[in-house]
Design a protein around this ligand. Structure first.
Ligand code: ADP
Length: 493
């Protein structure tokens, strides 16, 4: 990836976007939303602010396409061929997709190229390869019975995704859903729809039949709600905020009790013991755990718990990294950290800073909006020490570059602090004591733990939360379970 390639792509005009319903691009019957780039505050294009009727049309198309079996009944090898082609097309268009995505959501391009098209292509390939390797089962019943367990697609999947990593998270839901034979209606976030609309184009080119994959843009509170309330949607899969997740459960209860799988963010504890094998490496890891993509990552290590004997020395090291990071235009390869997604998110981040100060935490570095002359939304990497467990900053997800540091005296206190939170998505422990590492993995109540690193990810490893971080997992073969019904047949012999 060269700067001149990025420069060529970043100024391309983007045509006003439409809805992708039943294999066709269609204007919405609502109004339009301006797409404002967080890079420079400029309007890139418009997307449709679809109406409820538009969403109903997409659900109807998905239902029809599922019920007539145009995708679900294709030979597994054929569905595999189509999804592999889609993976190839994503890869062939990777830089274009990455630049478009960065213009839309502000992630630094070095991260976006790997985490967005790179990861999405890999995810489609992984589930495509799985299609013809997943077998039904024969239950160990008594000899005069044949108990068959078929794995069937559930039907129509409604997928609602956020703005931070739309292609990556979108692929985590779409690829296993489509691989299992379902039809999908996707509702991207208002703040980052462009790459998922482009994905619809590539999916059609790959040969996904009409109606099997639909994309409807617009407001969560309107078209998202319509999708979640539909009697014709069988499974809802979601990544986003806890407040919206709570609403989706209500919508499910008020409609057809559809299955809801929720990934709702976190307040992950990054725990550094004095016996960490390399404190310099741990300090860099702690900084990148929260400042990468300006903290706009669900598994960010936003609570730093540090053993009191190394607290001051360690905070000084992390602060040094925070101050040295080059925050700037995410389409410049020289920038290490990009933009905040929107004015709304930046305002929310600054409110967290103000509240942390009010509650008595100590601002060590950062705390301010920067680069206002660019017209975009940028913020300094920010660190507070003296954060107490009851503080707002210790309990609520900022989804921004704001780190709260809390000292601890011993292992038991570290575990208690880590678990004193409603979230349970990720966490980390840095220690050279093998026994302690395994004790931390067991004792910290999260979906996943990192040991002596922060933030490794692979499609082969499930990602999901416990407590109020959600339920169900994305990635790995386990994710297929969300999109499959077990259908039994009891055959008397
Ligand atoms: P954030 O605050 O990070 O934007 P949200 O949970 O509001 O997180 O957004 C994640 C996704 O949920 C977006 O696609 C958004 O449009 C959608 N959404 C928001 N509110 C609702 C709702 N009431 N019903 C369905 N979807 C919603």
């Amino acid at each position: 990836m060269q700067q001149n390639q990025i420069d060529l792509l970043k100024s391309q005009t983007v045509a006003p976007q439409q809805l992708f319903i039943d294999g066709k691009w269609q204007p919405g019957t609502g109004s339009q939303l301006e797409v404002i780039s967080p890079v420079d505050g400029e309007v890139i294009t418009t997307i449709e602010r679809a109406s409820r009727a538009d969403m109903q049309a997409a659900i109807k198309a998905a239902r029809q396409s599922f019920d007539d079996g145009r995708w679900a009944n294709q030979a597994p090898g054929e569905r595999k061929r189509v999804l592999l082609k889609l993976a190839d097309l994503i890869q062939q268009n990777a830089l274009e997709l990455a630049v478009l995505g960065v213009r839309d959501n502000g992630t630094e391009i070095g991260m976006a190229i790997k985490a967005e098209p790179g990861s999405a292509a890999g995810t489609f390939r992984y589930y495509a390869e799985a299609i013809d390797k997943i077998y039904g089962e024969i239950a160990p019943t008594s000899a005069n019975v044949l108990g068959l367990i078929h794995k069937q697609p559930v039907g129509v999947v409604g997928a609602i995704v956020p703005w931070n990593m739309p292609l990556m998270i979108g692929a985590w839901k779409l690829a296993p859903a489509l691989a299992a034979g379902n039809s999908v209606v996707l509702k991207p976030a208002e703040e980052a729809s462009l790459t998922l609309l482009r994905l619809a184009e590539l999916a059609a080119e790959a040969g996904i039949p009409d109606g099997v994959f639909n994309v409807v843009t617009g407001q969560g509170s309107k078209v998202g709600e319509e999708l979640a309330l539909s009697m014709d949607v069988d499974v809802l899969v979601f990544t986003g905020s806890g407040n919206t997740g709570r609403r989706l459960l209500e919508y499910s209860a008020r409609s057809n009790m559809k299955r809801c799988y929720l990934e709702l963010g976190g307040k992950s504890a990054n725990i550094v013991f004095a016996d960490a094998p390399d404190l310099d490496k741990a300090a860099l890891g702690a900084a990148m755990a929260i400042f990468r993509n300006s903290g706009q990552i669900c598994v960010s290590g936003s609570r730093l718990l540090v053993e009191h004997t190394i607290h001051d020395e360690f905070v000084a090291k992390v602060s040094q990294h925070a101050e040295n990071l080059r925050v700037g235009n995410p389409l410049e390869l020289s920038s290490q950290i990009g933009a905040i997604n929107s004015q709304r998110q930046l305002t929310s981040n600054l409110e967290f800073v103000a509240k942390a100060k009010d509650q008595g935490a100590d601002l060590v570095t950062g705390g301010e909006q920067i680069l206002q002359a660019s017209g975009g939304y940028y913020m300094q990497p920010t660190i507070f020490t003296g954060v107490e467990p009851h503080h707002h900053l210790a309990q609520h997800e900022v989804f921004g570059p704001v780190l709260g540091v809390t000292p601890f005296n011993n292992e038991a206190q570290a575990i208690a602090l880590a678990n004193d939170c409603n979230y349970g998505l990720a966490g980390a422990a840095w220690t050279s004591n093998l026994g302690r590492a395994h004790r931390m993995i067991k004792a910290v109540n999260t979906g996943g733990m990192f040991i002596n690193t922060y933030g490794g990810a692979d499609v082969t490893m499930p990602l999901g939360g416990v407590k109020q971080s959600g339920n169900g997992v994305d990635r790995s073969l386990h994710a297929m379970d969300k999109y499959i019904n077990l259908k039994t047949a009891w055959i008397q012999l």
